[in-house]
Design a protein around this ligand. Structure first.
Ligand code: NDP
Ligand code: 2IT
Length: 443
């Protein structure tokens, strides 16, 4: 049995009940097999055994009080996976589905994603099974203050720098920043995605969605194509989806469908982004409200958003939202490119279907790295105690995305996986981290 496969079997045996973590580990280890077979130094130094085991996983109780005075208790987590190339960095997710296995998959992915940005950031993820949906601002504040009262001792600007993810936006980051400052007395950039008045970076809010589209634009250009007049489907209607829509539309594309976890909208005229922003960013309501703005649009709770014919698909909601069956429908309908805005939205079967049909496919750890890259730029600005303009940050983001695509593409080709961005991203992301781990000795 090969070294990489051996380690994968160990991951599966030693981490029972964590299917998403197994899935993420399998994808990475399969890509790395030829590389580690040719370079025994990785095996000799136990690099794979070490990289699949988090440095530490912190779990804690989060008690808070709801508006009617009842005590509630949620689970809080921070998985600090690997800090070989920089302080731990990665988002916090607040969603009822959150558990240790999901955060391990996300933290593991984050190691390679952060490495691909070319910036000095390690991999981590955290969050809670708290559901912010339907909660009042005071309930969300009560939760966030309690969460930070425990988490503050494990984070810091040179130790571990969290950020947003599903269910964590400007409101939650603000409450967490306030509580950290109050407990520690420090005014420091220990978290990113901050509001502009207290150390946030211009363009961080837009960065994941814009970055995704910049990378896809570069990919299309390599085949003599562009976004102009292309039909685009963007799943989700949160932070990533909204700004992917915005940039794709600026480049001449037409986004015809979006969704939330209840249903999906189809608007042949092109989804009105101002309406979606009003519903989601301002009112925190369901996507079906869209029909109040555009009565001629369609809203569906059955079927799938992936039934909508499109040229470019940008799954930007959550893990495993796009399975092999939907991939086949997209392929039949003529999709030419798929870029993952979310983390691991496509199942293994969907990725295989796209690749064997010759659809250009870019995995999340490359395609959605613009968010964390801009978080790292926020850290830089905080350290320098200055703020760059929107244009400066946006231009750096675009260059980072172009570099990621080129690095991923040339690495894939160099190691015999030409055109396979999954393998290219895994190998390129791994090598920098592994070299740092080799330099640090057995830690
Ligand atoms: P948000 O909370 O802002 O939005 C998530 C969106 O996805 C919502 O519209 C949500 O709908 C929808 N969604 C969640 N679960 C499902 C589901 N099961 N079926 C259909 N829709 C669903 O999160 P983000 O936009 O920040 O994150 C989206 C994805 O992008 C995640 O995978 C995240 O890890 C990834 N990501 C985020 C980055 C960032 O900077 N924010 C950076 C890189 C990756 P509903 O409101 O109904 O729950
Ligand atoms: O998945 C991700 O890359 C994020 N949620 C963003 C992490 C960050 O630190 O900005």
């Amino acid at each position: 049995m090969s070294y990489a496969n051996d380690v994968l079997q160990h991951v599966i045996e030693r981490n029972p009940g964590e299917p998403e973590f197994h899935q993420a580990a399998r994808e990475v280890l399969e890509s790395l097999a030829p590389l580690v077979d040719k370079n025994p130094v990785y095996h000799k130094n136990g690099i794979l055994e070490r990289i699949v085991e988090p440095d530490r996983a912190i779990m804690f109780r989060v008690p808070w009080i709801d508006d009617s005075g009842h005590i509630k208790v949620n689970k809080g987590y921070r998985v600090q996976f690997n800090n070989a190339i920089g302080p731990y960095k990665g988002g916090l997710r607040l969603h009822p589905s959150v558990n240790l296995g999901i955060l391990k998959f996300l933290g593991f992915e984050q190691i390679f994603k952060n490495s691909l940005t070319g910036l000095p950031i390690g991999g981590a993820k955290g969050g809670s099974d708290f559901d912010p949906k339907g909660k009042s601002d005071t309930e969300v504040m009560s939760f966030c203050q309690s969460f930070m009262t425990e988490l503050y001792r494990y984070v810091g600007k040179d130790m571990d720098v969290p950020a947003g993810d599903i269910g964590v936006g400007a409101r939650e980051i603000g409450f967490m920043f306030g509580q950290y400052k109050r407990i520690t007395g420090l005014y420091e950039g220990f978290i990113t995605g901050k509001g502009l008045p207290y150390g946030g970076s211009l363009a961080r809010k837009e960065a994941t969605g814009y970055g995704l589209v910049y990378l896809m634009e570069e990919l299309l250009a390599s085949k003599g194509m562009d976004f102009q007049d292309k039909r685009v489907v963007v799943s989700g209607s949160g932070n990533v989806a909204i700004y992917a829509h915005e940039k794709a539309t600026q480049l001449g594309g037409k986004v015809v469908a979006m969704c939330d976890s209840n249903g999906w909208i189809y608007d042949e005229e092109g989804v009105d982004l101002d309406a979606v922003k009003q519903i989601k960013e301002v009112e925190r309501k369901r996507i079906k409200e869209y029909l109040n703005y555009r009565p001629k649009a369609e809203y569906h709770e059955d079927g799938s958003i992936w039934d909508v014919p499109c040229d470019i698909a940008l799954p930007s909601a959550t893990q495993n939202e796009l399975c092999a069956e939907y991939a086949k429908v997209l392929i039949k309908n003529g999709v030419v490119a798929v870029g993952e805005g979310a983390n691991m939205p496509c199942t293994h079967g969907a990725v295989a279907a796209f690749q064997s049909a010759g659809v250009m496919f870019v995995p999340g750890k490359a395609a959605n790295a613009g968010g964390v890259a801009t978080s790292a730029l926020e850290m830089t600005q905080n350290s320098m105690r200055l703020s760059w303009t929107f244009a400066e940050v946006d231009q750096k983001l675009k260059q980072i995305m172009i570099n990621i695509l080129r690095n991923t593409s040339t690495t894939a080709e160099k190691y015999g996986f030409k055109g396979n961005f999954v393998a290219g991203a895994n190998i390129a992301g791994f090598m920098k981290v592994a070299d740092a781990m080799l330099a640090h000795g057995l830690v």
